[in-house]
Design a protein around this ligand. Structure first.
Ligand SMILES: NC(=O)c1ccc[n+]([C@@H]2O[C@H](COP(=O)([O-])OP(=O)(O)OC[C@H]3O[C@@H](n4cnc5c(N)ncnc54)[C@H](O)[C@@H]3O)[C@@H](O)[C@H]2O)c1
Ligand SMILES: O=C(O)[C@H](O)CO
Length: 231
């Protein structure tokens, strides 16, 4: 069997990540939801929001999306601190950003941590409960990559135990996430979106165009973008 792969774009997921960072920092969903019930300028237990300027954004994973996020953060006047493998740290420094001295330093220093790693055997559960415990009392953890990068249940336990810590997540270990299978959905300090990073008009046009082109090329005897042949 021949398998032809598609093509993705980092733009929509990067912009969604930034939307989550901004929404969570200003408690926008909670303020908006309260207003729709007739309640003016109330964010409940979340208190006042805060601006991004002057905060430190920690980016773990300096690939296509991570690099975009670094540039967005720079435009917003944030300090950018990168963690990852040596080539990523080098590239980040070449591009004018800081590399964290250690993983502990990264989690302790960042006001916001955003994960932009691929999920593979080496990165599975690479963010431990101990890492999350090192984060500041008013920190924000953002995950638009894969839920399994974080040790199972650790994010929920941290947010439940520390209501001033917050998270914004787009990815879940069971999808679709429901109130029955995902406890994060019930926490006021977790902003959860239904895996929307790639759910966007231009991205869908790209995915479907390449998929149809792959099928047509195969039918014309000139297969393209093949990843496995003769399975
Ligand atoms: N929420 C969404 O809809 C959505 C959409 C697109 C991508 N994603 C996810 O976003 C993540 C990042 O995507 P990307 O396009 O930037 O990927 P990318 O391949 O460009 O970058 C991935 C980064 O992960 C790092 N990495 C991989 N293995 C590692 C390891 N063992 N140790 C340390 N670092 C390691 C790489 O060095 C690289 O910096 C992926 O998990 C992807 O699945 C989510
Ligand atoms: O990783 C991606 O490309 C999106 O999350 C869709 O799977």
């Amino acid at each position: 069997m021949a398998v032809a792969e598609g093509v993705g774009s980092p733009i929509a997921p990067a912009e969604l990540t930034w939307a989550l960072i901004m929404s969570a920092s200003r408690h926008l969903p909670t303020y908006a939801s309260n207003l729709s019930k007739g309640v003016w300028q109330q964010s409940g237990s979340l208190g006042l929001g805060r601006v991004l300027q002057g905060l430190t954004l920690g980016i773990w994973g300096y690939g296509k999306i991570g690099q975009r996020i670094a540039r967005y953060a720079e435009a917003f006047g944030m300090r950018v601190l990168v963690w990852g493998r040596e080539p990523s740290l080098q590239l980040a420094q070449e591009q004018g950003f800081e590399a964290a001295a250690s993983k502990d330093d990264f989690f302790k220093t960042a006001d916001i941590v955003s994960l932009h790693l691929r999920l593979n055997p080496a990165t599975m559960a690479c963010v431990t409960e101990q890492d999350l415990a090192l984060m500041k009392a008013d920190s924000l953890l953002v995950n638009t990559s894969r839920a399994e990068l974080i040790e199972d249940g650790a994010l929920y336990r941290q947010l439940k135990a520390h209501p001033t810590k917050r998270a914004a997540v787009d990815v879940f270990s069971h999808e679709p996430a429901t109130l029955d299978n995902e406890p994060l959905l019930a926490l006021p300090n977790a902003l959860c979106s239904p895996h929307l990073g790639y759910v966007e008009r231009n991205s869908y046009e790209l995915y479907f165009r390449i998929a149809f082109e792959n099928v047509l090329a195969f039918a014309q005897g000139q297969p393209q973008n093949l990843v496995h042949v003769d399975i």
